[in-house]
Design a protein around this ligand. Structure first.
Ligand SMILES: C[S@@+](CC[C@H](N)C(=O)[O-])C[C@H]1O[C@@H](n2cnc3c(N)ncnc32)[C@H](O)[C@@H]1O
Length: 467
């Protein structure tokens, strides 16, 4: 670090005597930042460079609040919010998060899609992919495929398929030593070269999956030039159709979003003897901003529209699949008709949006088919299970709804002890209409419960319960 930073080294070293910063990122699928500022029960301060990001006081415990269980925010280190905030994702696009677990960036990419298009969230580790699935569901993201595959296998299934790709690569983690000192042992065990080899493999597979004209963002939380500018220089050499572009929004957009990037530094081509365009990369240093260390490169793949050999498969992907023989039970149809966004069941059936596996019913994102042959944890939104004479709605469905989407709710105030009891899967005594209710906190859904003569049978997912 002394070699890299020269005169700045002492200042950099000093920042290790200061505490790290805690951050929460608001889930804009459920609440706007302004609404959240009014509702937030603990003290927060805006993170300058993320329009929906806030610092919280590290004496507070945002993970121990019902709003966390309502999926209103994700707890994330402030610099780690930057990659997903700078990848320009628009609703309706096909987006891949290749190294996604536990979902810190996927949850923001999903929020940016606003339920339209497709998010493929992948992580090679199946145990970490389970945590990823939970976070995707908690956030109420309804249009995601959660997969646990190697990038190589994924690239066989999705050649030139995605509009946007995020590669938040496994790395030596030098930028996180202050926040998580245990990462240092990992660094000692594996070192920079191990990760650099992995990053080069991953980024080449990712490049194959990007559509011509698409954009890819590569990020790490490490400082080493090899893993950062070095990996990008390697990509530029191997795939000359890629170029590094400026990642920061222009002045007008900064004003619209209310963000500023003071303290952000740029890529250093000279550290790897690489091309000048590496200057467009971003470096976040813990002694220059109130956040940990990060590296970001935004890349564009040349558009091949003039190439007559180019076969545009994207139209093919969007074709509505042929009609299948899905049959939903009467109870399922009756229930779905009560859910506002799903009430046109016949149209959804015609569009072939349902998918059934062992009586479990899923909603596939519009225009897509389930993919067979991949290790998949989830394809679309798990709606619930067809049981004898009834339909049991899922926790994921509750999280993907607004309270106004269902006609029978029990709305508890966040300071009512019944909320914690509900989240602990206990039975409640409460007033309301008998039957299936959507249980909410201050108007934000938490889960389901069946009321019978003022006794609420708790249907909160046991694996998610408050401990
Ligand atoms: C920096 S972490 C990702 C953090 C995540 N993007 C987030 O914001 O929550 C890197 C991830 O890459 C995964 N990984 C490691 N090797 C991989 C590979 N060859 N292909 C895909 N993912 C890989 C790890 O399991 C790890 O979850």
């Amino acid at each position: 670090m002394r070699n890299l930073l020269g005169d700045e080294y002492e200042e950099y070293l000093k920042c290790y005597d200061k505490p790290h910063f805690g951050g929460i990122r608001v889930n804009t699928l459920k609440i706007s930042p302004e609404e959240f500022e009014n509702l937030c029960p603990f003290s927060i301060k805006k993170i300058p460079w993320v329009s929906n990001g806030y610092y919280y006081d590290i004496n507070d415990q945002p993970a121990r609040h019902p709003y966390y269980y309502a999926g209103l925010y994700y707890i994330q280190e402030p610099s780690a919010m930057t990659p997903a905030s700078l990848l320009p994702v628009k609703p309706g696009e096909k987006v891949l998060d290749l190294c996604a677990a536990p979902g810190g960036k996927s949850t923001e990419l999903g929020a940016k899609l606003k339920g339209k298009g497709l998010l493929v969230s992948n992580d090679i580790s199946s145990s970490r992919a389970k945590a990823l699935l939970k976070n995707i569901e908690l956030f109420g993201i309804s249009n995601a495929f959660v997969i646990s595959e190697s990038p190589n296998k994924l690239a066989e299934y999705f050649p030139e398929f995605f509009d946007k790709i995020l590669v938040d690569a496994p790395c030596s983690g030098e930028g996180m030593f202050r926040k998580s000192p245990s990462i240092m042992q990992n660094w000692e065990q594996y070192g920079v070269d191990y990760y650099n080899k992995l990053q080069k493999e991953i980024i080449i597979h990712a490049a194959r999956m990007l559509k011509p004209g698409g954009m890819m963002l590569y990020s790490t939380c490490t400082f080493s030039p090899e893993e950062n500018e070095g990996t990008i220089a390697f990509l530029l050499k191997e795939c000359p159709e890629f170029h590094v572009v400026e990642a920061l929004p222009d002045a007008e957009e900064r004003q619209r979003l209310g963000v500023s990037y003071d303290g952000f530094d740029f890529g250093k081509p000279e550290w790897v003897n690489g091309p000048e365009e590496l200057k467009h990369c971003l470096r976040l240093w813990p002694h220059k901003i109130n956040g940990e260390g990060h590296f970001i490169a935004l890349l564009k793949k040349d558009d091949k529209t003039n190439d007559l050999n180019f076969d545009d498969t994207s139209k093919e992907d969007r074709k509505i699949p042929p009609k299948s023989k899905i049959s939903l039970s009467d109870e399922t149809v009756e229930f779905l008709k009560r859910i506002k966004p799903l009430s046109d069941v016949d149209i959804l059936l015609k569009q072939n949006r349902f998918y059934i596996q062992q009586d479990r019913v899923y909603l596939i994102p519009e225009g897509f088919e389930e993919k067979k042959g991949l290790r998949t944890l989830r394809q679309g939104l798990f709606l619930g299970e067809m049981k004898k004479n009834r339909f049991e709605p899922s926790q994921a469905l509750a999280m993907a709804l607004k309270s106004s989407d269902y006609d029978q709710i029990i709305d508890l105030k966040s300071d009512n002890q019944d909320v914690i009891k509900y989240l602990k899967c206990e039975t409640l005594t409460t007033e309301g209409r008998d039957g299936l209710n959507l249980v909410c906190v201050d108007g934000y859904p938490l889960g389901w419960g069946k009321l019978n003569k003022n006794v609420l049978k708790n249907m909160y997912l046991p694996g998610w319960r408050w401990m």
